[in-house]
Design a protein around this ligand. Structure first.
Ligand code: NAD
Length: 467
């Protein structure tokens, strides 16, 4: 099938490439000419594991093209995806739909007869109706269809998520759009038996926001319980495991940390709240999630202050990991940014390391010395703070790290290290949802009668004691 993808960012590039991998002929369009030039020279504008190989393979096979010429990309496409950004409107919280409406307007004069326009961007309920109206100013309503097909990929594992999704959601208002999208998705996903949810367009739009709000709430729930764990001397990781193995709950998104960030959860929770407000509905749980996550940012800075005795003025803090999660270069709404800015306001000098994200970080952060070596970054630091749990950070030689720092404070906001290992290396560790002093848990523990315990008769034993 001939497909055009308008917007070649994290979602558009991955979607377009994967659709080409499934055998479609795909043209990805972007207004950013540098991006298109890079792609045409084989350079990826984003870091996404596994994507480079797929782009190269499909370009070489003549199935994947990049252009800034929207008219040519769209004119013979059976399906046109809109995958442009929908950022939060500063000070308002609602989704800024300027790019979506602009894209709709631009494609309207070039669409092929019977083309299906698919909004993949995350958009508030009713946006499909508005896109349809915009296009209808240029052509008759029965010559095109508008569908919703929200994207659920996660940066860092985006290729796998697109090629092997948990489900595909398709929102349509007529049979033609339904049939075209079923053809696009059903054959490649048939073998995996992937559920495909076909629903009304407005329902599909809302599913995306509800999913992200639920996940943001789950993260916030475990973060608050982590605070309680610290006070009562238990380990949130053990708690999360015991809770998450209940199949009704699930273990994913139960890693306590510095609060959710990234290009989706913060803006999508706010946009959902705005939609609810506009319709006179109270989404109190989502409101509390947003507020708790906001408060957590300040709390994380205070945790660093505590670790160094209450004052960072004049101290050097080494921040390890800057991107909002590992395996991406995306710095949008990364928790590292407010943390660093707060520490700077309190008078700290900040040095920072990230294996991939320093280029994007340099565009956002002021007065931060950026390193591509973690030991050089930590050299002479009064405290080390882990904000993103990249593998290269988890695997650090803690003994070597201890040798280069000035003082032994290690604030591990991702529980990247085993407390025992970091303490053994000489660090004073302050982690998330683990007792400040590991001894507390041991002092309070009722001694286990291991000798008299019956021999285990089940195979799946998860032993969390003593880690
Ligand atoms: P992005 O900023 O990385 O990419 C958007 C691209 O669209 C940019 O390259 C921009 O230049 C281009 N663009 C804007 N207007 C254009 C136009 N008229 N014609 C051609 N190109 C145009 O954004 P993203 O992260 O890919 O997100 C896109 C959408 O997908 C958003 O709505 C987002 O909420 C949603 N989403 C993102 C993710 C994610 O992990 N990033 C996951 C699921 C859904």
């Amino acid at each position: 099938m001939k497909v055009a993808v308008v917007g070649t960012g994290y979602v558009g590039l991955v979607s377009g490439t994967c659709l080409a991998e499934w055998g479609n002929e795909v043209v990805c369009v972007d207004k950013n000419i540098d991006k298109i030039n890079d792609l045409n020279q084989g350079r990826l504008p984003i870091y996404e594991p596994g994507l480079d190989v797929l782009v190269e393979r499909n370009r070489a096979a003549g199935r994947l093209f990049f252009t800034s010429d929207l008219a040519r990309a769209v004119e013979d496409a059976a399906v046109v995806f809109i995958a442009v950004g929908t950022p939060s409107r500063p000070g308002h919280g609602d989704a800024d739909l300027t790019f979506v409406y602009m894209a709709a307007k631009e494609i309207s004069t070039h669409l092929a007869e019977n083309a299906v326009v698919v909004v993949k961007s995350t958009v508030p309920v009713g946006t499909g109706d508005a896109v349809e109206k915009i296009i209808a100013t240029k052509r008759s309503r029965d010559s095109f269809s508008v569908a919703s097909n929200p994207e659920f990929l996660r940066e860092g594992v985006a290729v796998k998520d697109f090629l092997k999704p948990d489900r595909v959601v398709i929102g349509v208002s007529n049979a033609r759009a339904r049939d075209v999208l079923m053809t696009l998705y059903c054959t490649p996903l048939e073998e995996q038996n992937t559920p495909i949810v076909i629903t009304h367009r407005r329902t599909s739009e809302l599913i995306k926001y509800a999913s992200n709000a639920f996940l943001a709430t789950k993260v916030t729930f475990i973060n608050e319980l982590a605070d309680l764990c610290e006070q009562v001397g238990t380990d949130v990781r053990d708690l999360a495991l015991g809770v998450g193995l209940d199949s009704r709950i699930g273990t994913s998104f139960l890693n306590a940390g510095p609060g959710y960030g990234g290009s989706c959860f913060p803006k999508d929770t706010l946009a959902l709240l705005r939609t609810a407000q506009d319709h006179g509905v109270a989404l109190r749980i989502v409101e509390e999630t947003v507020a708790a996550n906001e408060a957590r940012k300040r709390k994380m800075a205070l945790k660093v202050l505590d670790a160094v005795g209450g004052n960072v003025d004049g101290l050097t803090i080494a921040v390890l990991g800057l991107t909002f999660k590992p395996d991406t270069d995306d710095m949008r709404d990364a928790p590292s940014v407010p943390l660093i800015e707060t520490l700077q306001r309190f008078g700290a000098t900040v040095h920072a390391y990230d294996p991939i994200g320093t280029e994007n970080a340099a565009r956002i952060l002021d007065n931060v010395k950026l390193y591509d070596d973690p030991y050089a970054c930590a050299h002479g630091a009064d405290a080390v703070v882990v904000v993103t749990e990249w593998d290269s950070i988890r695997r650090l030689d803690l003994g070597r790290l201890r040798m280069v720092v000035r003082a032994p404070a290690l604030v591990d906001l991702r529980n990247a290290f085993e407390a025992g290992a970091a303490e053994k290396a000489g660090f004073k560790v302050s982690a998330i949802g683990r007792p400040a002093n590991r001894q507390l848990e041991e002092d309070n523990a009722v001694p286990l009668q291991l000798d008299s315990a019956p021999a285990p008769i089940v195979r799946n034993i998860v032993e969390t004691m003593g880690r």
